[in-house]
Unconditional design. Structure first.
Length: 361
């Protein structure tokens, strides 16, 4: 009986130990699994938070982009809000970009009338952006040049009478867009007693809102003619250097720095910027060859072949010395211009100043 009892006790102990081992094993596996689950839960939580952050980040980015789009739209509408009521266009794109030839499908009677009135396709001009780009025809070396930091400021004077509003404003936009702001003191528009209605209220309202404080308008009470109108512009100018231009020009990048540098070196120089051709019917910009300005026995100014010493240099970026000028564009030290007597106010029509100014200098 005693032996049987011992055997029974041993079996019981063995069974309990076996069950204990199994339970311990199960417990360990449960612990491992719980740790695994905790890791999974934490990982899932991190992923959820990351997704939430990404969603939040994407939402923030989307919100910012929407706000920027809205801001751009507001700015564009503000700007074009001035041009659109006048039937004009601002900003990049559209007809005539890159100085390419442009045409209109509707060849209407209005177009013919404007041709006769302005001498160019004013209806087409109204459809071309005031900010259009034009080709950079400068010699390669010009694009590599550097200029002093302390150049004098310039006042740009535009003379007009009964020009198309879009042509005048494109001249203004192009000089603002392509002149460093610290060098452009002011733009002076001299209206030589135009009777075109849109050159009154519309022009005033546009430039005062678009370029407040930058653009001045001088209005002659009677027709003075080109020469005396230029003198009026000179009187209104306040910067050390003055540039005189017709109001149907378009400026390009880097136009002002070389002119101001030459005058800074010698205030008794008068600079004639190189000009290209804007075709009257398509507004295509065509490059003119480098030339000097001379005149014939009838004192009519014309383009002439540059002097031989300039040609011998083989440097297209070098300035060309010339005895006369094309009157539609020249840059001069304001005080020096006064010292040499300006232009003869007795001249009634354009052309004589092309020869006279060369003689004065």
């Amino acid at each position: 009986m005693a032996v049987a009892r011992k055997i029974k006790t041993l079996l019981t102990v063995n069974i309990l130990v076996f069950v204990g081992i199994i339970l311990f094993s199960v417990y360990c596996r449960i612990q491992d699994r719980s740790q695994e689950l905790v890791q999974i839960v934490r990982s899932a939580d991190r992923r959820a938070r990351s997704r939430g952050a990404k969603v939040g980040s994407l939402a923030d980015r989307e919100s910012i982009l929407q706000r920027l789009d809205h801001l751009e739209e507001v700015v564009y509408n503000q700007l074009n809000g001035l041009a659109k009521p006048m039937g004009l266009v601002e900003g990049p794109g559209g007809l005539g970009q890159g100085g390419m030839a442009a045409t209109l499908r509707d060849d209407s009677h209005e177009s013919e009338t404007k041709y006769e009135e302005y001498g160019y396709n004013a209806q087409l001009s109204d459809r071309i952006s005031l900010d259009r780009s034009i080709p950079d025809y400068r010699p390669k070396k010009c694009k590599q040049m550097t200029y002093p930091d302390d150049l004098p400021q310039i006042s740009v004077v535009f003379i007009f009478v009964n020009e198309a509003l879009s042509v005048i404003l494109r001249s203004v936009h192009s000089v603002v867009n392509h002149t460093p702001s610290h060098l452009l003191k002011e733009i002076i528009l001299v209206d030589d007693n135009s009777d075109n209605v849109e050159l009154k209220f519309n022009l005033d309202q546009y430039v005062n809102k678009r370029y407040p404080g930058l653009v001045k308008i001088v209005r002659n009470n009677k027709r003075e003619g080109l020469i005396r109108a230029r003198i009026q512009g000179w009187k209104a100018a306040t910067s050390p250097v003055v540039g005189f231009f017709d109001a149907h020009v378009e400026f390009n990048i880097g136009w002002v720095e070389p002119a101001l540098t030459r005058i800074k070196e010698d205030r008794k120089r008068i600079i004639l910027p190189a000009i290209d051709n804007i075709k009257y019917n398509t507004f295509e910009v065509q490059q003119y060859a480098n030339a000097a300005h001379g005149y014939n026995w009838g004192l009519w100014c014309m383009y002439i072949i540059p002097p031989q010493d300039w040609l011998d240099k083989g440097d297209e970026s070098a300035p060309i010395r010339t005895p006369a000028m094309i009157g539609c564009s020249f840059v001069v030290d304001r005080e020096y211009f006064g010292e040499i007597g300006l232009l003869d106010p007795g001249m009634e029509v354009y052309g004589g100043e092309n020869i006279e100014l060369g003689m004065r200098v």
